[in-house]
Design a binder for this molecule. Structure first.
Ligand code: XUL
Ligand code: CO
Length: 439
C-alpha cells in the first residue's frame, strides 16, 4: 500500500565523501568498531510519537503537519492502521533497527478503559504482524500517563488512588504488549509525577506512591518473565513545575530508597539534562558511575529557549563527548539511541522527516567513531590519568580505602608539613586537543 513515505528509497551508507543528502556518511551499521558492529553499539530507534503522531501545533497555532491518518473524519481504528503502515514504511526508508512507542501513539483512547485496552491489544497484534514482514524491533514501549485530563495531578503520584490504580492497570497492559513485541526495555517517564505548588501537595506521600508503583512494575516484570530492563527517564520540569525524577542523581537516590537500584536503570534524554542544568555527558557519566546507564533519548534543546524543544541534534563535539562517556561506562547494552526529537512545525513535508533522522543518525555515528578515535589515540585519557596520578601511591590508596582515620591523616600531614603546589587544570589545552580530534 502507498504511504507518504513510499516515494523514498531506503537510505544507504555512502561514506564521508558522498554529497547526496539522503545518504548516511558515517552510519555504516556493519563496520566493526571496538569488537562489534557500529549498529549494535548505537541501536538507533525511531520514536512513533514525534515521527507519526506530532501535527506541528503549538500554544499559538494550529496543526501544520497534516498526514492522511490525522483526518478526523476517519474511523479511529482505520486511522491507527494507516499510521502503523506509514510508520513501517518510514522504518524501511531509514533502515534503523528499532522503534519506540506510547500506547496513545498507536491507538486512540475510547470511552471506557475496557474498550481502550481491547484496542491496544488489537493494535499490538497489528504491529506484531507488521514486524514479521520487517527487520525493525522494539527498543521500548511505554504508557502515556500525562495527556488525558485524568492525569492532571499525576499518575502514580495522584492524590486520588483511583488514578493510581488506573495508571497501574495501563502500565500492566503496556508491559504485556512490550513483552509480546519482544521489547528490549520498558520506559517510565513521569510526565506529571511532580507538583505545581507545595501548598497543596503532600510530597512525602506522593513519593511513597511513586515507590510503590515502581516496585509493582518490577515485581510484574519478574512475574511475566519480561527480560528487558525497566528504565526511568529523568526530567526536572515541564509539564510539572517540579518533577520527582529531576535528574540521574535524584533518580538514583529514589531507587536506593526503595531498594530498586539493581532493578531499574535510566533512560537519559539530552534536552532533559539541559533543563536540569547539566550537560548530556554529565548525566551519562553519572549514570555510568552509579551503574544505572540504560538507554538514551537523543535530541537537543535551543540554548536561547528554556523549554523542551526536542530538536534533532547537531553538536558534534557534545555528541563525541557523550559517546565517549557511553563507551567509558561500558556501552548501552540493551539500550539504544532513540530519536525523541521532532521536526520544526515549518518542516511539514515527509522529506523533512527523513532529512532530520539522517542528520541525527550520522551525527551520533560520527561522534561515536570520533570518541573511539579519541580513546585509541590515548592523549586525552592520559591527561586525565596524569591529573589523578598522585592517588596511585600506596599512601594515597590507603587514604581512599579508609585505612587512615582523620586524626592519623592530621598527624602525618602535620609531620610532613608540605604545602601542596597548584597544578594547571589544562582546560584550554584539552579543549584544543578535542577540537583537533574532531577535525
Ligand atoms: C517527554 C519525553 C517523553 C518520553 C517518553 O519530554 O521525553 O517523550 O521519552 O514518555
Ligand atoms: Co524522552
Amino acid at each position: 500500500m502507498s504511504t507518504v513515505f513510499s516515494d523514498f528509497s531506503t537510505v544507504q551508507y555512502g561514506g564521508p565523501q558522498v554529497t547526496e543528502p539522503l545518504t548516511y556518511r558515517y552510519y555504516d551499521p556493519a563496520k566493526i568498531v571496538l569488537g562489534k558492529p557500529l549498529g549494535e553499539h548505537l541501536r538507533f530507534a525511531v520514536a512513533y510519537w514525534h515521527s507519526l503522531a506530532m501535527n506541528g501545533s503549538d500554544p499559538f497555532g494550529a496543526a501544520t503537519i497534516n498526514r492522511p491518518w490525522m483526518d478526523a473524519s476517519l474511523d479511529p481504528m482505520t486511522a491507527a492502521k494507516m499510521k502503523a503502515d506509514a510508520a513501517f514504511d518510514l522504518f524501511r526508508v531509514l533502515d534503523l533497527p528499532f522503534f519506540t512507542f506510547h500506547d496513545r501513539d498507536i491507538v486512540h483512547e475510547e470511552a471506557t478503559l475496557k474498550e481502550t485496552l481491547a484496542n491496544l491489544h488489537t493494535m499490538a497484534d497489528y504491529l506484531q504482524a507488521k514486524m514479521q514482514g520487517s527487520k525493525v524491533k522494539l527498543l521500548w514501549g511505554t504508557a502515556n500517563l500525562f495527556s488525558h485530563p485524568r492525569f492532571m495531578a499525576g499518575a502514580a503520584t495522584n492524590p486520588d488512588p483511583e488514578v493510581f490504580a488506573w495508571s497501574a492497570t495501563t502500565i500492566k497492559h503496556c508491559m504485556d504488549v512490550t513483552k509480546q513485541l519482544g521489547g528490549s526495555n520498558y520506559v517510565l517517564w513521569g510526565g506529571r509525577e511532580g507538583y505545581e505548588t507545595l501548598l497543596n501537595t503532600d510530597m512525602g506521600h506522593e513519593l511513597q506512591q511513586f515507590g510503590r508503583l515502581l516496585t509493582l512494575v518490577v515485581e510484574y516484570k519478574h512475574k511475566i518473565g519480561f527480560d528487558g530492563q525497566i528504565l526511568l527517564e529523568p526530567k526536572p520540569k515541564e509539564p510539572s513545575t517540579h518533577q520527582y525524577d529531576f535528574d540521574v542523581a535524584t533518580v538514583y537516590g529514589f531507587l536506593k530508597r526503595f531498594g530498586l537500584e539493581k532493578e531499574v536503570a535510566v533512560n537519559i534524554e539530552a534536552n532533559h539534562a539541559t533543563l536540569a542544568g547539566h550537560t548530556f555527558e554529565h548525566e551519562i557519566a553519572t549514570a555510568g558511575d552509579l551503574g544505572i546507564l540504560g538507554s538514551l533519548d537523543i535530541n537537543r534543546g535551543d540554548p536561547l529557549l528554556g523549554w523542551d524543544t526536542d530538536q534533532f541534534p547537531i553538536d558534534l563535539l557534545g555528541t563525541t563527548m557523550s559517546m565517549y562517556h557511553v563507551i567509558k561506562s561500558g556501552g548501552l547494552g540493551n539500550g539504544g539511541c532513540n530519536f525523541d526529537a521532532k521536526v520544526r512545525r515549518q518542516s511539514f513535508t515527509p522529506e523533512d522527516m527523513i532529512h532530520a533522522h539522517v542528520g541525527g543518525v550520522d551525527l551520533c555515528a560520527h561522534g561515536f567513531l570520533l570518541a573511539v578515535k579519541l580513546i585509541e589515540d590515548g592523549r586525552y585519557d592520559k591527561v586525565i590519568a596524569d591529573r589523578y596520578a598522585g592517588w596511585k601511591t600506596p599512601e594515597a590508596q590507603d587514604l581512599l580505602a579508609g585505612k587512615r582515620s582523620l586524626d592519623e591523616i592530621a598527624a602525618q600531614t602535620e609531620a610532613k608539613s608540605i604545602d601542596p603546589q597548584p597544578r594547571s587544570g589544562k582546560q584550554e589545552q584539552i579543549e584544543n586537543l578535542l577540537l583537533r580530534s574532531i577535525e
